[in-house]
Design a binder for this molecule. Structure first.
Ligand SMILES: Cc1ncc(COP(=O)(O)O)c(C=O)c1O
Length: 377
């Protein structure tokens, strides 16, 4: 049994993750306005890209978002639990035996191949009613969705769609760059595919696709990363607002002399007298080991380099250039935030913002900032 705790959980935690739901909502609104009259959904798979589905979904639903997209059935249930009226699309197809659970919870399966379509048809026929679903047409990812041969089979035998109430035909873009020749090919193939099929909503663009121009918007767009502040326009400045801030606690500050090394493997050698701060975050928190010797934290807006290897729970930072007293045990330093956007941390770690977000640690103390109340007219 745990005794009564009297201390502040934020004080006990190694790091504090602040999530600005107002920024998430502002990002969604700006995308919604950009694509209107198309509908703007929100992709909230992987726990809303690490930000927390239980808080992100209600905030977006209150702002007017009606459609949410997840990858797996359990994620769809987590959305349903907090958004009773939302339309929920589940990208991962129709695992065997799950069709009744989709129907009972009003979750739309995204049918990815002819086998999925046949299984949904059989389920609907057994219910005696056409049942709603989404169908994914592959136009170049070669990952999920009906390939060209399956599309030919379906378009040549529309009886396969009897009892299947297709609400949305969707495809997914391979390239984020607006000038990739792949985009035009996928657009053409998608247009040609839906022209062979019964009318329904069409959905083409993810976050980056939204910035490829109105031809990519169709009826429904599916942004994920842009909602959470990752740059959807890799070649130009980020049009989205940052949504998270990660501050981690200083555990110890120590003087080091030349000829000393720092951390596992003794990979960092101190070249002159200096100061090292040890911070309570590590790769177990999603602060990637690949940031070893490459990342930066910020102290009152001044960068301090990560030195030595990142370990499971600790990061060591060279603060020799900072005045005495600038960093003290118990204080916080910025790892992600206005000085270090998610995309910059990702670049330093040799990855993408998506991975930084979806790796955000379970040990962080989370603080949610609610969106401002709606203005009364
Ligand atoms: C099918 C599908 N649609 C939309 C998205 C959202 O993509 P993004 O986060 O790039 O906006 C994803 C994410 O991987 C996806 O798999």
């Amino acid at each position: 049994m745990i005794s009564d705790l009297r201390s502040d959980p934020a004080q006990r935690a190694g790091a504090v993750l602040t999530i600005d739901l107002g920024a998430v909502v502002a990002n969604w609104r700006s995308l919604r306005d950009r694509v209107a009259p198309a509908e703007c959904a929100a992709v909230v798979k992987a726990n809303a890209y690490g930000l927390g589905v239980a808080r992100v979904v209600p905030a977006l639903a209150a702002a007017g978002c009606r459609t949410f997209v997840v990858a797996q059935f359990e994620e769809a249930l987590a959305v349903r639990a907090v958004a009773p009226d939302a339309r929920i699309l589940c990208l991962g197809g129709l695992p065997a035996g799950t069709a009744p659970d989709f129907t009972a919870n009003r979750i739309l399966p995204v049918l990815n191949h002819l086998g999925d379509i046949a299984a949904w048809q059989a389920h609907a026929r057994a219910q005696g009613a056409a049942l709603p679903a989404v169908v994914h047409i592959d136009t170049g990812m070669n990952r999920l969705g009906l390939g060209p041969d399956e599309l030919d089979t379906l378009a040549g035998d529309l009886a396969r769609l009897e009892w299947v109430d297709v609400r949305v035909w969707m495809t997914h873009l391979a390239c984020a760059e607006a000038d990739s020749p792949m985009n035009g090919r996928q657009l053409e193939d998608f247009r040609a595919a839906v022209a062979r099929l019964p009318a329904a909503e069409r959905s083409f663009a993810n976050s980056s696709g939204i910035f490829h121009g109105p031809a990519a918007h169709f009826d429904l767009v599916r942004p994920g990363c842009a909602l959470y502040g990752v740059n959807p326009t890799p070649a130009t400045a980020n049009p989205m607002r940052g949504t998270i801030r990660l501050d981690a606690r200083v555990l110890q500050v120590r003087n080091v002399d030349n000829a000393m090394t720092v951390g596992y493997g003794a990979t960092h050698r101190v070249e002159a007298r200096g100061k090292i701060a040890t911070i309570a975050v590590g790769y177990a928190d999603g602060y990637l080991r690949s940031l070893s010797g490459r990342g930066h934290v910020f102290v009152d807006g001044v960068a301090a380099p990560v030195v030595g290897r990142i370990s499971m729970d600790l990061v060591t930072v060279d603060i020799s250039h900072l005045p005495d007293g600038a960093v003290t045990p118990g204080g916080l330093v910025e790892l992600i935030g206005p000085n270090r956007p998610v995309d910059t941390v990702a670049d330093e770690g040799g990855t993408i913002g998506y991975e930084i977000l979806t790796s955000l640690g379970a040990r962080y103390h989370r603080v949610y900032r609610d969106p401002p109340p709606p203005e009364v007219a």
